[in-house]
Design a binder for this molecule. Structure first.
Ligand SMILES: [Zn+2]
Length: 105
């Protein structure tokens, strides 16, 4: 993982998102992950990556963009969307020792 204290590279005035910074790549101006994992929230991505993995994050992003009805979406992509991933990761940022399932109940 990239050093969180290191200055983030910019690309045409666009700040590198937490995902691209983590993966050491240039963040394109139209990066689809940047709205969910902005540069100032590296912990959000760190926890999302630990909990869900990159494959499930990308599938949730794809499912959100597909605009499917709820049943098709659940069948083809599972129940989690980007909002759920961000919510879960933020809950861990708030309290790393507390499971999101305890918060929900
Ligand atoms: Zn990016």
């Amino acid at each position: 993982m990239a050093d969180p204290a290191a200055p983030l590279a910019t690309h045409e005035g666009h700040e590198t998102c937490a995902v691209c910074a983590h993966q050491g790549r240039t963040c394109p101006p139209d990066c689809r992950l940047a709205p969910h994992f902005p540069a100032d929230k590296p912990k959000r991505f760190e926890y999302a990556y630990q909990i869900f993995g990159m494959r499930r994050i990308l599938r949730a992003l794809e499912a959100d963009a597909a605009g499917l009805d709820a049943e098709t979406r659940r069948r083809e992509y599972g129940n989690i969307g980007m909002a759920g991933i961000v919510y879960t990761a933020d809950a861990r940022v708030e309290d790393p020792g507390l499971s999101v399932f305890l918060i929900a109940n």
